[in-house]
Design a protein around this ligand. Structure first.
Ligand code: SF4
Ligand code: SF4
Length: 447
């Protein structure tokens, strides 16, 4: 019998092996600055940032180099002191070429911060705090890279009653949030206070899966006496880190189809993001670096590394001893939702929670067989969809009809593909279908 017996969780879901032993015990280390960093103006959902520097400018570490390009957009900052050598399209982890600011690091600079002092957040209004978070460059660090200030801007007529801190990290292999909660809980609790003020919320829950017992204990031991904050140990189950699943697990509230967490009076934010916000208000440092788990059987020295944003992937891999000869695939993110990389000259982004190096053993391409109607995919789908039916519609390209089966509610967790005995690439087909349907909807709106 473990310390945690019957623990809260959501309905359905899967239990993949967690493979976190490779890195869960490894303290965060810091890697040296690369000679050149690439800061894509688009590394978040929404409009690209707009450059505020030009080629030849010298920039200091932490200095604003691009401002938000709209409401759903963020500021970007120099992760190093150096010189802007180019502003041009460069390879991006999405596979596209993306306009980027290139900075050559000054090898003789002491790399002190542009503006290192605490901010008097208690004197600021919620609106001013939200603006600082936007200009500080914050996006969800769990991987989605949605601008944080948008989530914190509660629409007129709605009200948040609960803040849920997402410390679930349910993707196998990844341990960056785990290490941040263990090592940087002071910044986390500081950031929670700021979000409490912005949202005018008293009650906070931190949801952590029970495969991180040490983090649960550390957080419980350090909750400030005057903070209404409960650390909830959750059963380990995938995809509990998806917002709707986490709300169901922690509060037993269901977010209806097509609605958002705020519709059930909840705001969810990733623990790493809140920690970064706390750090900015304590020390004046915007989001210019993040913790990345570099892991998998294909990396020689697995590690949790604090990496300047824009560091080339190759340099991070080299810092971790390089990849083994039998490495066949490198993913940005975990094995369930991560994005395979076709090239290594891409930069680490704000949303890069992990780099997963897989060998032939893990990526055996399996032959696809016809659906045997076992309905295992229905049993595991966390949002109650019928992936078997959706898969058949996707295969016949009947995308319109997929809307009737709520394909847009799919959180793309991949649980259905994982469980399918016929190896049908269900989630891959749903991603394509959703992309095409969104394009169609945008065209309809424009005409
Ligand atoms: S799990 Fe695969 S084989 Fe079984 S019903 Fe779903 S799609 Fe068909
Ligand atoms: S249909 Fe979507 S939400 Fe449901 S299990 Fe498959 S990928 Fe996950």
């Amino acid at each position: 019998m473990g310390l945690f017996n019957t623990l809260p969780t959501f309905q359905r879901g899967i239990h993949p092996g967690d493979f976190k032993d490779l890195t869960r015990h490894l303290p965060i280390e810091r890697m040296p600055f690369s000679a050149e960093l690439t800061i894509p103006l688009s590394q978040h959902l929404g409009a690209p940032s707009k450059p505020r520097v030009k080629v030849g400018d010298t920039v200091q570490r932490g200095q604003l180099i691009a401002e938000p390009g709209g409401f759903v957009s963020i500021g970007q900052h120099a992760p190093v002191t150096g010189t802007v050598t180019a502003i041009e399209p460069r390879p991006h982890p999405t596979g596209r070429m993306v306009e980027s600011i290139i900075i050559a690091t000054d090898p003789f600079s002491p790399q002190t911060f542009y503006n290192e002092h605490p901010m008097d957040w208690e004197a600021l209004s919620p609106r001013e705090l939200i603006s600082l978070i936007q200009h500080g460059g914050f996006v969800g660090l769990g991987g989605a890279a949605f601008p944080t200030h948008v989530k914190l801007s509660v629409p007129e007529g709605k009200h948040a009653r609960f803040l849920i801190v997402n410390g679930v990290e349910c993707e196998p292999y990844l341990t960056s949030d785990h290490r941040v909660m263990l090592e940087e809980y002071d910044d986390l609790f500081y950031g929670i206070r700021i979000l409490q003020k912005i949202l005018d919320v008293r009650q906070v829950y931190i949801g952590v899966e029970n495969n991180k017992e040490d983090a649960i204990e550390v957080l419980r031991n350090h909750v400030p006496d005057d903070m209404a904050c409960e650390v909830i140990a959750l059963e380990t189950k995938y995809p509990q880190g998806a917002e709707k699943m986490l709300i169901e697990a922690v509060l037993h509230r269901e977010v209806p189809s097509g609605k958002l967490p705020i519709d059930v009076e909840v705001v969810v934010n990733n623990s790493g993001t809140i920690t970064g916000i706390g750090h900015m208000f304590r020390f004046g440092q915007p989001l210019i670096e993040r913790v990345v788990t570099v892991t998998g059987p294909g990396i020689k020295r697995p590690a949790n590394v604090r990496v300047p944003i824009g560091t080339p992937l190759t340099e991070l891999l080299n810092f971790c001893g390089g990849i083994t000869d039998d490495t066949r695939q490198i993913l940005f993110g975990g094995p369930m939702m991560g994005a395979p990389q076709a090239r290594l000259d891409v930069p680490i982004l704000k949303g890069t929670s992990g780099i997963l190096c897989l060998t032939e053993n893990e990526i055996n391409v399996r032959e696809e067989y016809p659906c045997i109607r076992c309905l295992r995919c229905v049993d595991v789908c966390p949002v109650g969809l019928n992936p078997s039916r959706l898969g058949a519609l996707a295969k016949s390209r009947d995308y319109e009809h997929m809307l009737d089966f709520h394909v847009m509610d799919c959180v793309e967790c991949g649980s259905c593909s994982y469980i399918c005995p016929s190896n049908i690439p269900l989630v891959q087909r749903f991603r394509v279908a959703k992309g095409l349907l969104r394009e169609q909807q945008a065209r309809n709106k424009a005409s």
